[in-house]
Design a protein around this ligand. Structure first.
Ligand SMILES: N[C@@H](CCC(=O)N[C@@H](CS)C(=O)NCC(=O)O)C(=O)O
Length: 236
């Protein structure tokens, strides 16, 4: 059984999508990052960077003990290898999938995160940050759009690379903060993945957590939660 430490976030959605797609037995353990629960010593022991997603595999094949894993890219790769799904056995397609997975965790995710932050959570608009991250994000979207020309999925069949990228596009789309018409191949891919039943189930779980499919501006966070999440609160 896979235990997913969960709060509503694009990075946690990647793993929930994988679990829903493959029908693996899992349970969600809520971990409220607005309350600073990511810094609790018991959690830091299994997730040294104090971030979500984190999983524990309670029935691993590689150890007699439960195995904790942090970092969404490592989790997706681990699960894909363990369950033999959503990662091609063809060495070249596998290599392409891993390149796009790493492109997502090193580029699209962090830059997209800054865009969401400065557009929705910064205490005041900071023009330089909005322009700098906005321009880099637009460039990354164009890269993905180009990759999807003439393809249904990012690398071979539907894979962990698609599962990694989708939630970060969704994070902007649900706030009406992306012009999908400017990236038509990305749009076609996005809509096809959005309509998959497993993806719908994963987002229903997220909406059940937030109580709303759309969270704009500071909507779901109290001032205290914002201070903890975006302030100087950290394990020393
Ligand atoms: N590189 C990490 C990023 C993880 C990350 O930043 N997670 C966010 C949620 S999307 C988080 O845990 N935020 C809590 C915080 O900033 O304290 C991954 O891909 O797993």
């Amino acid at each position: 059984m896979i235990e997913l430490f969960y709060w509503t976030s694009a990075n946690a959605q990647k793993v929930l999508i994988f679990l829903e797609e493959t029908g693996v037995e899992f349970k969600l353990t809520p971990l409220n990052v607005g309350k600073g629960e990511q810094y609790a010593p018991d959690f830091v022991r299994i997730s040294p960077n104090s971030r979500l997603p984190t999983i524990i595999d309670h029935a691993p094949r590689i150890s007699g003990e439960p195995v904790p894993i942090f970092e969404s890219g490592a989790i997706l790769l681990y699960l894909a290898e363990k369950y033999g799904s959503h990662l091609s056995a063809d060495p070249l397609i596998r290599l392409e999938t891993l390149q796009w997975l790493i492109w997502q965790v090193a580029g699209l995710g962090p830059i997209g995160g800054q865009v969401v932050h400065f557009r929705n959570y910064a205490p005041e608009p900071i023009d330089y940050a909005l322009k700098r991250y906005g321009a880099e994000h637009d460039r990354l979207l164009a890269v993905l759009d180009r990759r999807l020309q003439g393809r249904d999925f990012i690398a071979g069949d539907y894979s962990i690379a698609d599962m990694a990228c989708f939630p970060w596009i969704f994070a902007h789309a649900r706030r009406d903060q992306i012009d999908l018409d400017a990236v038509p191949d990305l749009k076609r891919w996005f809509l096809a993945i959005r309509d998959r039943p497993a993806v719908q189930r994963a987002y229903q779980t997220m909406f059940d957590f937030t109580g709303s499919p759309v969270v704009k501006n500071h909507g779901m966070m109290s001032e205290d939660e914002r201070r903890i999440l975006f302030g100087a609160h950290a394990v020393k």
